[in-house]
Design a binder for this molecule. Sequence first.
Ligand SMILES: C[S@@+](CC[C@H](N)C(=O)[O-])C[C@H]1O[C@@H](n2cnc3c(N)ncnc32)[C@H](O)[C@@H]1O
Length: 342
Amino acid sequence: MDHAISREFRQLVEDLRLLAYDGEPGFFLICEFYWRLVLKSKPLAPLLTRAQLAPLSRHPRLEAALKEAILRDPSGANLPRWYQHFIGRKYRGATGKFFTPVPVAAAMAALFPIPAQATLLDPACGAGTFLSAVKSQNTSTPAKYVYNDIEPALIELARLGSALNGMQEGETDFYCENIFDPSTRLHATYKDKVDIILANPPFSVYLTDVTFFSPIFSAGYHNSDAIFLDACLHFLKPGGKMALLLPHSLVANANFRKFRIIVEKNWGLLGVIALPEGVFKLTAEATTRTDIVLLEKRTGPVGKRIFGYVQTVGVRTTGRSSETVSNDLDSLVRSNPLGIGL
Ligand SMILES: C[S@@+](CC[C@H](N)C(=O)[O-])C[C@H]1O[C@@H](n2cnc3c(N)ncnc32)[C@H](O)[C@@H]1O
């Protein structure tokens, strides 16, 4: 999104807020319009009542501007941004929401080849950016895309995103469940069934208790991002692979040494790609430094590994329109560093 569009976008958000479209109603209004205008159908589940839609219809200029903005974005690339403006800001702290910028998700999606009939899972999918990226890069490979997030509005967003991305109903499966609760339908359906997980877990949420076998929790680590690894192990087939973003501290700091030892008992470490600071600054106003960590549910010794640092990832980190945006991460991924084909 360039600077002028960004200004226009903020103006639209402010105008909608004046009509009391804020929080969920604001966001659901946007989803409703994407369904109607781009997909030319009704939302799968009703999002807003007629009474809730009425105020906008009394402001035809604003309605026309909104329609134009949505029709300019038929792929739904701006949907996470709408979400951040209406909802994300309020709740981010509680459930660790930092959306992954599309170029980073696209690079992670290209790291592992997707076998035909593969099952892919994003257990904390947010807007569903990772699975959308996989689908865009593998349009003719038959696969099952499984989405889960704890927040209902995000599952609506992921559902809409998958439809905009051309996914058919039979290709997708949606859940709105707590990934740390082993008694859910998601756990029962996909235990040991998943080939590839792509994820950006909730960061730094303190978990007081977990009700599944978690050596990481038992070792005294209570942060959601660390325990997420034990939760994911449950879903993968032996040899299944995972690419996830983790706080750099887990990879590098001395107080996470025991965590890393536990991880390497259960997982083969395929690689770490350290990202520059500021990757989440524009999508989430967050300064957390993150790394891409590549893992394989352990079956034996691992083959080729990659350890690297990239200086750029194809997103602006300063917000200045003059900033040049190169993408070393993409170049690295395209060089097929794991030697397992693209
Ligand atoms: C860091 S965001 C990543 C979102 C998305 N995967 C992306 O990369 O853009 C983490 C997501 O985890 C979800 N989440 C938080 N706690 C969760 C839980 N216990 N179970 C499932 N999802 C959870 C949040 O709602 C949020 O969408």
